[in-house]
Design a protein around this ligand. Structure first.
Ligand SMILES: *[C@@H]1O[C@H](CO)[C@@H](O)[C@H](O)[C@H]1NC(C)=O
Ligand SMILES: *[C@@H]1O[C@H](CO)[C@@H](O)[C@H](O)[C@H]1NC(C)=O
Ligand SMILES: *[C@@H]1O[C@H](CO)[C@@H](O)[C@H](O)[C@H]1NC(C)=O
Ligand SMILES: *[C@@H]1O[C@H](CO)[C@@H](O)[C@H](O)[C@H]1NC(C)=O
Ligand SMILES: *[C@@H]1O[C@H](CO)[C@@H](O)[C@H](O)[C@H]1NC(C)=O
Ligand SMILES: *[C@@H]1O[C@H](CO)[C@@H](O)[C@H](O)[C@H]1NC(C)=O
Ligand SMILES: *[C@@H]1O[C@H](CO)[C@@H](O)[C@H](O)[C@H]1NC(C)=O
Ligand SMILES: *[C@@H]1O[C@H](CO)[C@@H](O)[C@H](O)[C@H]1NC(C)=O
Ligand SMILES: *[C@@H]1O[C@H](CO)[C@@H](O)[C@H](O)[C@H]1NC(C)=O
Length: 373
């Protein structure tokens, strides 16, 4: 199945002159389309092309230990930087890197590892956090492939504090390929309360949604839209749940990706019987900033929000159209002026690719890893 249709070069050429200096707008076809949301800032990380996470200025690998009682499980947890590994796509394989293709063999992306062997009664686990803590409203997207090894929790969440938190959590022990049952937990509330056994399922801030695909078989995009008074959850662009009311956060926060286990039979189960990996292919975050500095930057670069191309539409990935997966504003000239996006290979990436090469490389370009090798 070819998932990067030939319309991609067309898209590039029509958007190439845009500056996006006034922001990035949601173009959702779901219920949130009744309002238009524009975000001033972005962080985009194409982990399929990343060679060295330790130098990345957008993400911070976490290192801390939780005792069994702090972890509220049968075991403690050891968050260690060694459990975060890069696995960049090789050029030779690039055309097999078909995002979203069922059964895709390609595993390029950032790996968050949970290890089988305990260290001093702690399960070795992994977490990365955005460096920026000022994400106040936003559309947050992560392409991930879950593990199919029972006994871990994979989480993609936005966090301010334990009562202002938006979570997407996958429990690998709940995936059942026999009856095709693939639940995902969508939560607006305290992690501690959940782990203490609080029955969040009875509240309106918890939805157990069932995915129409096996999340361990391929990459899919999971998305949180956090806008004033509302939170929307999506998988491959299909709405899974919408929440509102007093549990919707009202603060700036940051993004966290975690892969963990504490052996609690009521939640993660485990620890897993073998070392096991959550693979993150990309994260794309479009958001407003809570800092006066970034708001001043926006005011000075945004001359006229009504001008053509001053606001760029964020392409939406859907199950029927996966081409948006390979779209990164930060990989195209002029679309991320004054943004903070980290680029491993520096400015040469865009100049080299644009405009000379893209016509020749076709699908290879879709993952844009050419310059990093
Ligand atoms: C970037 O913007 C500058 C100034 O507007 C323009 O001269 C240049 O052609 C643009 N480059 C691309 C690749 O669009
Ligand atoms: C983000 O900030 C811009 C500039 O201040 C504003 O126009 C826009 O409405 C804000 N977006 C949201 C979702 O509040
Ligand atoms: C976590 O515990 C392990 C095992 O005792 C130790 O080697 C490591 O330094 C600890 N990590 C932190 C951040 O304290
Ligand atoms: C888990 O996935 C691997 C490949 O990623 C596959 O070989 C294995 O059969 C799967 N196991 C189960 C229980 O589905
Ligand atoms: C989280 O922040 C909100 C807003 O500042 C505050 O009302 C709430 O008490 C905080 N929760 C915790 C657990 O500290
Ligand atoms: C998966 O579902 C089938 C059918 O409902 C059930 O018989 C089986 O026990 C389930 N497997 C697991 C591991 O829960
Ligand atoms: C599939 O099996 C699981 C147990 O593994 C069960 O909880 C779930 O209800 C079943 N789903 C369906 C649709 O039968
Ligand atoms: C598919 O998505 C791209 C954006 O990635 C968009 O430009 C294109 O129009 C979409 N195609 C269809 C058929 O919706
Ligand atoms: C954005 O532009 C302002 C004004 O030119 C500058 O002070 C600031 O450092 C720039 N920030 C980034 C991240 O480029």
């Amino acid at each position: 199945m070819v998932v990067v249709p030939p319309i991609l070069p067309l898209l590039l050429s029509t958007l190439a002159l845009a500056d996006c200096e006034c922001g990035y707008s949601l173009s959702t076809t779901g219920p949130s389309s009744s309002s238009t949301y524009v975000f001033t800032d972005l962080v985009e990380s194409n982990f399929a092309c990343l060679h060295d996470i330790s130098k990345n200025t957008d993400w911070v690998r976490q290192e801390f230990n939780l005792s069994k009682s702090r972890a509220r499980g049968e075991y403690g947890e050891m968050f260690a930087v060694d459990n975060v590994a890069t696995n960049p796509m090789q050029i030779d394989n690039a055309d097999s890197g078909r995002l979203g293709a069922e059964g895709s063999e390609d595993s390029a992306g950032l790996q968050l590892i949970v290890r089988r062997e305990l260290v001093e009664e702690m399960v070795p686990v992994a977490e990365i956090d955005t460096h920026r803590l000022d994400m106040f409203w936003g559309s947050f997207r992560a392409s991930m492939r879950m593990t199919n090894v029972s006994g871990t929790c994979a989480a993609f969440f936005w966090y301010f504090n334990d009562t202002q938190e938006i979570d997407i959590e996958f429990l690998s022990k709940d995936f059942n390929t026999t009856n095709s049952s693939y639940p995902v937990n969508l939560v607006l509330q305290s992690r501690e309360a959940m782990q203490a056994g609080f029955n969040a399922a009875l509240t309106s801030n918890f939805v157990k949604a069932y995915l129409p695909f096996n999340p361990a078989a391929a990459f899919h995009e999971y998305r949180i839209d956090y806008v004033p008074g509302r939170v929307f959850f999506y998988a491959d662009g299909a709405l899974l749940a919408k929440m509102d009311g007093p549990a919707v956060p009202t603060s700036p926060g940051h993004l966290i990706l975690q892969h963990w286990s504490n052996g609690n039979p009521l939640w993660t189960g485990g620890p897993p019987a073998q070392d096991t990996v959550l693979t993150v292919r990309y994260v794309k975050a479009y958001f407003n900033s809570s800092t006066p500095e970034r708001n001043r930057d926006w005011a000075s670069r945004c001359k006229n929000p009504a001008a053509a191309e001053a606001v760029c539409r964020i392409p939406d990935l859907t199950a029927a159209n996966l081409s948006a997966a390979s779209w990164f504003f930060s990989e195209h000239g002029n679309m991320t002026n004054n943004q903070t996006v980290y680029q491993e290979s520096g400015a040469s990436r865009q100049e080299f690719l644009w405009p000379k090469l893209w016509k020749l490389v076709g699908v290879l370009m879709a993952w844009g890893c050419l310059l990093t090798s």
